[in-house]
Design a protein around this ligand. Structure first.
Ligand SMILES: Nc1ncnc2c1ncn2[C@@H]1O[C@H](COP(=O)(O)OP(=O)(O)OP(=O)(O)O)[C@@H](O)[C@H]1O
Ligand SMILES: [Mg+2]
Length: 516
């Protein structure tokens, strides 16, 4: 029992006396009665050196728990419930969710702040005039009570309470269930709980490169003041590019888990036009990652400008409504490159809150340079084939292997051939329950050897094809030369003939002339 409570009980005892007092009071003059009551109250307050603050669950807004109450609940859950003997397990929806514990009613815990001890208790009051209700719970009023010695009044009311509220809110952010939003054809976001297990720890990538990305994200997420100072919207763009199965989508999930952000997976082909795009983007919340996967396939963004020019060129087709409609249909979505770029260029600076924008593509060379120039996409990250360093992460995750006699062989094979992390992971995955780690490694070695052979075969075939083409070309060129040669000879003949003939003729003429 907290000292405050003790005094409360002391107060109740006095209250008991007051009841007896009330029985007699009708015989006592009113003035004297008031006098006695005032002094008992004063006496209790004078003897009780403890102060109590009450934080009710519903303050002001009726339907939403007060921010302070929720923050205190979170804080106590993480920091102080160890001392509580009776806990309440609330909001268990399914077995995969972590157990959320809070103090049971009338339970009490202590907390220490800068060497000062305070007491917290969880309480509820039931209104005296209990009316019949189908929802009896709503009649209860819960509250937290904080008790501390009056000599620490300043410290507690000014620093401790503030500390609790900020800590509690931070815990809420950390524990909140994050969401994965996707846009549907009716132009709205719908969401599910985001529960992707990928983390930077499980992501196969060179450690230095990985660390660099993590540092970049940390700097960004803590950069509120910096972005304010330079007058830029608080956002950062990443372009992830590389062949399929190199971990682009996995990287996005790892980033979201690392930053504790929501994810908005924007399917551009489902967006009707620029107006809808703007609406969708404005509806995104702060602390979120906006993803446009396969940006080169989502829209004909790269060719948009060219197409418009083409359309302008052939005026005839433009006048034909059927042709025009066909074209519109083919075009499908009318989201334009310039529309998209406008939004990326900080139109949401007014919306506040930090946002990360990620584009992914398999063909970085196909993208319009305007889309990926620095400043729009701040960081270009290449996701490439699995290196030995990256493989070690997978070996640790999939097989719990740090070291193994087969690793040097694998290292050599990785130098000689290319394989995506997705394929490596697939090979390491046990095919049956009783498969051991070594089998996994052997499977991978086999697959790497096969990949190497295939590569060699493809290369040989390509060379052969190249050679054949070269020969064909040479043959063609040779053929031309022959022809040239042949036609050259006839020219010569003509020439020679001409000369001969001419010579003859001249001779003849001469001769004739002479003759003449
Ligand atoms: N770098 C990686 N680290 C760990 N796992 C990976 C990595 N790359 C791929 N994987 C594994 O392969 C699967 C496919 O990878 P992912 O979907 O991230 O590839 P992607 O690059 O997005 O491919 P696509 O271009 O086809 O979208 C993942 O589920 C993951 O298990
Ligand atoms: Mg992907």
């Amino acid at each position: 029992m907290s000292p405050g409570e003790m005094f409360t009980h002391f107060g109740s005892a006095i209250g008991g006396l007051a009841v007896i007092w009330a029985m007699f009071q009708q015989y006592i003059p009113l003035q004297l009665r008031e006098h006695v009551e005032r002094y008992t109250h004063k006496l209790v307050n004078f003897v009780n050196p403890y102060i109590q603050i009450v934080f009710p669950e519903f303050a002001g807004e009726k339907l939403k728990s007060s921010e302070a109450y929720t923050a205190i609940q979170n804080y106590l859950m993480e920091n102080a419930t160890a001392g509580a003997k009776r806990l309440r397990a609330d909001s268990i929806k399914d077995s995969s969710q972590p157990l959320i514990l809070s103090m049971d009613d009338h339970e009490e815990v202590t907390d220490v702040f800068k060497g000062v001890k305070v007491w917290w208790s969880s309480n509820k009051t039931t209104p005296k005039n209990m009316s019949f209700s189908f929802f009896p719970k709503t009649e209860e009023r819960r509250f937290y009570k904080l008790t501390f010695h009056r000599q620490h009044r300043e410290l507690i009311t000014q620093s401790y309470v503030k500390h609790i509220l900020t800590e509690g809110k931070a815990i809420a952010v950390k524990n909140r269930q994050r969401k994965l939003y996707t846009n549907n054809p009716s132009g709205k976001w719908s969401h599910v709980i985001f529960e992707h297990p990928a983390t930077f720890e499980t992501l196969a990538m060179e450690p230095t490169k990985k660390q660099e990305i993590m540092n970049d994200l940390i700097k960004f997420s803590k950069g509120k003041e910096y972005y304010n100072k330079i007058g830029k919207a608080w956002k950062r763009g990443y372009l992830l590019y590389g062949p399929p199965g190199t971990g682009k989508s996995t990287m996005i999930a790892a980033m979201a888990n690392f930053l504790n952000y929501d994810v908005y997976d924007l399917e551009l082909t489902a967006v009707k036009d620029n107006t809808e795009l703007r609406k969708l983007l404005i509806e995104t919340s702060g602390k979120s990652i906006i993803v446009i996967e396969d940006i080169d396939c989502s829209l004909d963004l790269t060719g948009q400008r060219k197409k418009e020019e083409e359309e302008d060129d052939d005026g005839k087709e433009k006048d034909n409504p059927m042709k025009k409609m066909e074209k519109e249909e083919k075009k499908g979505s009318k989201v334009t490159l310039s529309g998209l770029l406008n939004f990326i260029d900080g139109i949401w600076s007014a919306c506040g809150g930090e946002r990360v924008i990620i584009f992914t593509t398999n063909h970085v060379d196909k993208l319009d340079p305007a889309l990926i120039r620095r400043g729009r996409m701040d960081k270009h990250i290449e996701m490439s084939y699995c290196s030995f360093e990256a493989f070690k992460v997978l070996a640790r995750n999939y097989l719990d292997i740090e070291d193994h006699p087969l690793l040097p062989t694998i290292s050599r094979l990785f130098d000689e051939t290319k394989m995506t992390p997705a394929d490596v992971a697939e090979n390491l995955m046990p095919k049956s329950d009783n498969e051991d780690a070594e089998t996994g490694l052997r499977n991978l070695i086999e697959a790497l050897k096969e990949a190497k052979e295939l590569e060699a075969r493809n290369k040989a075939e390509e060379e052969k094809r190249g050679k054949a083409e070269k020969e064909e070309q040479e043959k063609k060129e040779h053929g031309d030369e022959e022809e040239v040669k042949e036609s050259g000879a006839s020219d010569k003949e003509v020439k020679e003939n001409g000369v001969i003939n001419g010579g003859v003729a001249a001779k003849e003429v001469k001769e004739n002339g002479f003759a003449a």
